[in-house]
Design a protein around this ligand. Sequence first.
Ligand code: SF4
Length: 349
Amino acid sequence: MAKIHFLDLTFAELREILLSWGEPKFRAGQVWRWVYHNQIFDPAEMSNLPKELRQRLAQEFQFSLLRPLERIASQDGLTEKVLFETEDAQTVEAVLMRYRERNSVCISSQIGCPIGCPFCATGQSGFVRNLSAGEIAAQVLYFSQILRGERKRVTHVVLMGMGEPLLNFDAVWQAILSLNDPRGFGLGARHFTISTAGVIPGIERLAGEDLEVGLAVSLHAPDDALRDVLVPINKRYPLKDLMTAVRAYIERRGRRVTFEYALIAGVNDAEAQAQQTADLLRGLLCHVNLIPLNPTAGSSWRPSPVEKVRKFQEILEENGVRTTVRLRRGIDIQAGCGQLRHKHLLKEN
Ligand code: SF4
């Protein structure tokens, strides 16, 4: 009989199962706490549970969903990337970034990605499948276990790894709810950020959800012609409609939205494009992250030179648009989305 994937269960589902086994009501809270708070995945170690229950949990539940295949750290040791293997022998990546008091985990929501951005290794490898809620949460719990050994904890979770999270909304949302639940992991809603290529129905749904998580939108171009190429889902959800949805989101939530802009030399980094971007975003409660492109093997596109990045930033700031230039941390460990998996796939073929 196939085992039940523990991390795919909601708290209510776990309680139902344990009640059906004749366990008292409070048992679900104890088991949940062992996994999400203490990050103990072996029932034998769940010391406050009766022995028979520990045995039954081990028989019927599977607690770990991802197996780390490869773990590499940047030279300064602050960034770590892990390639996980799923039960069906697929691979998925996640990254831990330590920065002062922040320990951010960048996780994946899908295996591959259907959006197909031409500058992204994941986009180029095609789409395989959605990750389950448990596979999404497992990435965070893995790094949380590592940080526990350093007496630290995960402070931020960013859904900016492989895949488009708003095309796998249900699983992403369930994972966030599980990790937010104060009975276990207890990470505050504002410490999650969902990064989208611009899936409008997902943005609209997010605006109506109870939890206030952060929203980041990958902009990368200020006009439809170029954005159709760089972020192909723009053909389905063009800029004008996207901006209407983002504006509605900001009005409803009263929260700042982040725009990501990967600067590619000679493609989207001209002064005129900076001005167009400023015109598009002027007056909006937003922040722009300017990120010199993480170069991908096999692509001729290169990151914009520093002086171009500075000029682009200057133009936005002059127009009242707040910006940050994001350092390409972890470049020596191929921290760009999908690069480690891409290397692994090449090795297999
Ligand atoms: S950049 Fe993001 S949305 Fe685009 S293909 Fe890569 S993973 Fe998908």
